[in-house]
Ligand binder design. Structure first.
Ligand code: HEM
Length: 173
């Protein structure tokens, strides 16, 4: 068994590395170019789409897919395309059972619920995907309903998700 505290510790170095990527630094400073931001949203949309199809959350506030679509629509003109790193990750996600998604949900959804809350203040671009009606209820749902009975496999999945998001970030910017 792996506790949430252990999961956090096992991912800490990767979280710190993700924070140091060029894109994360630009998100913190609020100076991501509009084209890059729209591309990023499209990559995140595809990830959320697979996760939310496989794991329909009982808390609708957690549905990020439609918020991401809204943000993309509000980004203005500009083509988006699927990056190689995103395609590879989506193929991996598509092959997982619902049960194997815990680590991935942890990384992406807690990322939006925690770090994302700092980033939205600095952003000059649409941030609906970082707005929650009841953030605490979303965190509680993830912690009490999804991040339960964790094993080493979930921790490895979370580490894999962090590695992949860094690949996507590096391909984006
Ligand atoms: C862009 C810069 C980022 C900043 C400023 C940031 C900041 C934070 C902060 C302040 C917390 C809560 C404090 C804590 O529990 O230590 C947090 C937690 C978290 N962040 Fe980030 N973060 C960033 C990027 C990311 C990225 C790219 C991801 C993954 C996609 C991510 C995933 C997480 C997760 C999963 C947690 C929950 C940790 C836990 O409580 O177990 N963060 N982040």
């Amino acid at each position: 068994m792996v506790s949430q505290q252990e999961l956090r510790e096992q991912c800490k170095d990767l979280h710190d590395q993700a924070e140091q990527t060029r894109l994360a630094q630009a998100l913190i400073k609020g100076n991501v170019p509009a084209k890059v931001y729209k591309q990023m949203l499209w990559q995140l949309y595809q990830i959320a789409d697979i996760i939310e199809r496989k794991w329909p959350f009982e808390v609708s506030d957690l549905d990020r897919r439609q918020q991401l679509a809204l943000d993309i629509a509000h980004c203005g003109l500009g083509e988006v395309s699927t990056l190689a790193s995103t395609s590879a990750y989506c193929a991996e996600l598509n092959n997982l059972t619902q049960d194997q998604l815990r680590g991935h949900i942890y990384v992406h959804y807690m990322g939006w619920l925690y770090g994302g809350q700092l980033l939205k203040k600095a952003s000059k671009h649409p941030v609906n995907h970082l707005e929650f009606q009841d953030r605490k209820a979303c965190v509680d749902y993830i912690r009490t309903r999804i991040l339960v009975d964790l094993t080493d496999a979930d921790s490895l999945a979370a580490q894999r998700a962090f590695q992949t998001i860094m690949e996507i970030y590096n391909e984006l910017y």
